[in-house]
Design a protein around this ligand. Structure first.
Ligand code: NI
Ligand code: MN
Length: 227
């Protein structure tokens, strides 16, 4: 069983067979997520795709209150260490490692990365997570890239989180093409509606996917779904 809870923007809690993995916490600065109380969020792991504020804003406070292990590239983990977060595991693009939820592999993302204080953030990445029952891809912030075609050569994805909001990442047309590249029919949208630049027409976005025989799920903030 996998349970997915949406906290807005690109932040999801994935409960993978009882282990809770939080991706890219950006909650307290997000006006759309004002009903979410971050003091109630206690993951076992926090996975960070890159250093931008709209992905790490609440990482330090949630890491400290939960004691969760943080996973991401070396530079993002070093920045967390400097903020007093000690439970970190640094990796880099192309690497994978076994954790108690399964395997996490860092894959390429075409974007940029710096920390909120201007420190160097290393390379932006996405994650392929291989659990006991489910395998999924969390793309982070990225353009459509041919590298996505490498993923299904080794991983059979059950579902994937893709950015759809345009301007800072690929748009939903390219995201639907990405769904083809990764050979995955079940897509959850992220990185849309939070700011003016990335507002999307939900129906048009979902049509772009259904035309390719794929499903785009746009979760409500606070909603939990089960797979
Ligand atoms: Ni970004
Ligand atoms: Mn972003």
């Amino acid at each position: 069983m996998v349970q997915i809870t949406y906290y807005g923007h690109s932040c999801f809690m994935v409960n993978l067979a009882g282990t809770k993995i939080l991706f890219d916490p950006f909650i307290t600065p997000n006006e759309l997520a004002k009903d979410i109380d971050i003091t109630t969020i206690n993951p076992d792991y926090i996975l960070l795709s890159h250093g931008h504020g709209d992905h790490v804003a609440d990482a330090v406070s949630i890491a400290k209150q939960s004691g969760a292990m943080c996973i991401g590239v070396y530079e993002v983990m070093s920045w967390l260490n400097a903020q007093g977060v000690k439970n970190t595991h640094e990796m880099n693009t192309g690497g994978s490692r076994e954790f108690d939820f399964g395997k996490a592999k860092l894959v390429n993302a075409v974007h940029s990365s710096s920390m909120p204080d201007g420190a160097y953030g290393g390379n932006p990445i996405g994650f392929v997570i291989t659990g006991k029952e489910h395998t999924f891809y969390y793309a982070g912030d990225t353009a459509l890239t041919m590298d996505m075609k490498l993923i299904p050569e080794r991983h059979k994805l059950d579902f994937a989180f893709l950015p759809i909001g345009d301007n800072f990442t690929m748009d939903y047309i390219d995201a639907a093409r990405a769904a083809e590249f990764i050979k995955c029919d079940d897509i959850i949208g992220m990185h849309y509606d939070t700011f003016g630049y990335i507002k999307v027409d939900h129906e048009a976005a979902q049509n772009a996917f259904s035309q390719k025989g794929k499903t785009l799920t746009l979760m409500k903030i606070g909603e939990t779904l089960e797979k």
